[in-house]
Design a protein. Sequence first.
Length: 327
Amino acid sequence: MQTSIFNRRGFSALAAAFAGLLATGGTAAGQDAYPMRDITLIVPYAPGASGDILARQYAALLSEDLGVTVVISNSPGGSGTIGTVEVFGADPDGYTLGYGHNSPLAIAPNNNAGLPYRSAEDFTTIGGIGHQSGTVSVSGNAPWQTFAEFVEAAKADPGVLSIAVGGAGNVKDMQLQQFQEAAGVQFNIVPFAGGGAEAVVAAMGGIVDGVSVNASSVRGQIASGDLRPLAIFANSEEETIDGFEVITAEDYPGMKYLQDSSGIIAPAGVPEDIVAILEQSHAKIMQDPEFLAVLEADSYLVDPANSEEYRAQLMADLDSFGELSAN
């Protein structure tokens, strides 16, 4: 059974604000002129990755709401920083958006002084979508039937069992590092580019022993028997996904629960009237039953946030991951 958390904080106020605007017959400056052409949504992960699938669903609904085509542009690599840098450097005219993720926005700035941006404050935030927890799976032919067996095998041969992640220093990488410390075990953590898609292929092909990605990235491979689910790092025992053993911080004292968070961003300096239009569309999308069903199917903890709330989330993550990186 999957558990989804739907938090509508901030959206009632947002809806009321727009209702008042319409009631007074007012229009935001430039609203009639935007959008007049296609919008590009940059996804910093490879086609087929969890973030890409979500972004394409979002783009379809945004296109429908705004009446223009929203084109997906994949720019994978650098644990999401390559595509995020593209968003950072784009014109702030509302025609370039980005799929935002806390790995490049809140982890990378703590570890990469060469990035042209330092935090979410260097972007325009449109709205938050929700969170995902990490999982561990192995090949369907692997000898380990349970996560406990996998951990015991790793303890017997420290640093030998390999686990692929979708990029060095991403959330899954940091979660595994936290688990290693708490469990007294050592894996060989192998980063792959592409947001997890290549990591999954590596696990299926036996190049690595396991893979740590979001549950949605391995659902098809688990259904086909190519991969075997072992564990999900969750916030509570209630956050279950069929086939995965729930692992919480209570099971391993000292382990911190880390999660991916997603949303929509744009270059800094997008005019306020355009932000208002995009934020209104975001609020509609986050209440769309079809989109919510997609999120639940992708094992999301649905947590809609408006522009300011999403920026605050990312800044809080920046501080949290900064503390972990310093240890």
